[in-house]
Design a protein around this ligand. Structure first.
Ligand code: SAH
Length: 258
């Protein structure tokens, strides 16, 4: 069994997520940028000002994108239902994610969308970019190959570059892609978040940290599991293992108190 996907479907599975945007003008320019390339889905995570007159002024008519934009308190909410998140960053950060070009990112995003997955392109704040904790929720880091001594593009221009690459990739690909109907979907961002919480709690329960701060090891473990792109069945197995480890730790504690 296979089903076919057309380019409109593909575009609707790709969302642009803007995190902690300071200038509403950049939100408007980004809305225009994605709309010109055939995309509509914008998600805003704690924007400083939105809705705002300046956003509408710079959207130049892409009002449907602004009106449809979700506003969220947390990045994980903006990534709801997402199977692949690609974080755009001008600089390499502490999180050692694979670094890919916008072209490679577009190819990966389209391949995922053609498999029926939801994809996010994640953009950071104008001044500070994406923080480590935000990049840790992504599967790869996308760097637009700017010059080293002046590497940071205007936020909405970075959105435009990525949307353009996706558009070119979409125009170049075969119109219909067969997708197997019975495969397991990769886990989405919220499912991964629940897994990381379970993992962190279990590491506490089995006294793994021995006085060390858990932050670094949790970031490393996130990197490992993000790279693995777990599907829902694999995630259920891992939850099962963690639950058993917690149960055994509980039993050991009871015995030591006897
Ligand atoms: N000083 C910040 C720059 C932020 S620019 C930093 O170093 O990250 C605002 C956003 O635009 C970034 O978070 C990123 O999402 C995007 N951006 C700007 N220049 C980029 C580049 N060369 N490659 C990838 N993304 C870029």
């Amino acid at each position: 069994m296979s089903r076919m996907t057309d380019p409109i479907d593909l575009a609707s599975r790709i969302r642009y997520v803007m995190v902690r945007t300071s200038h509403p003008g950049n939100i408007g320019s980004a809305a225009r940028a994605i709309r010109t390339m055939g995309f509509r889905r914008l998600e805003l995570v704690t924007p400083a000002r939105f809705p705002d007159r300046e956003a509408y002024a710079l959207a130049a008519g892409a009002d449907d994108v602004l009106e449809g934009a979700g506003v969220h308190a947390e990045l994980v909410d903006g990534l709801l239902g997402c199977n692949l998140a690609l974080g755009l960053s001008a600089r390499r950060r502490g999180v050692n994610l694979p670094e890919i070009s916008p072209r490679e990112a577009a190819a990966q995003a389209l391949a995922a969308a053609a498999r029926g997955e939801q994809v996010a392109l994640v953009f950071g704040n104008e001044r500070s970019g994406l923080e480590n904790g935000e990049l840790a929720r992504c599967h790869a880091m996308v760097r637009i190959p700017s010059v080293d001594d002046f590497s940071s593009l205007n936020l909405s221009q970075a959105v435009q570059v990525m949307a353009y690459e996706l558009r070119v990739a979409m125009l170049g690909q075969a119109p219909a892609v067969p997708v197997a109907a019975n495969r397991e979907l990769p886990a989405d961002a919220a499912q991964m978040e629940r897994f990381y919480e379970h993992l962190a709690q279990t590491l506490d329960d089995i006294e793994f940290h021995k006085g060390r701060a858990p932050t670094t090891i949790m970031l490393r473990l996130r990197k490992l599991f993000q790279r693995a792109q777990l599907d829902e069945r694999e995630l259920r197995v891992l939850h099962g293992i963690l639950a058993d480890a917690q149960r055994m730790a509980g039993l050991a504690k009871e015995r030591s108190q006897e």
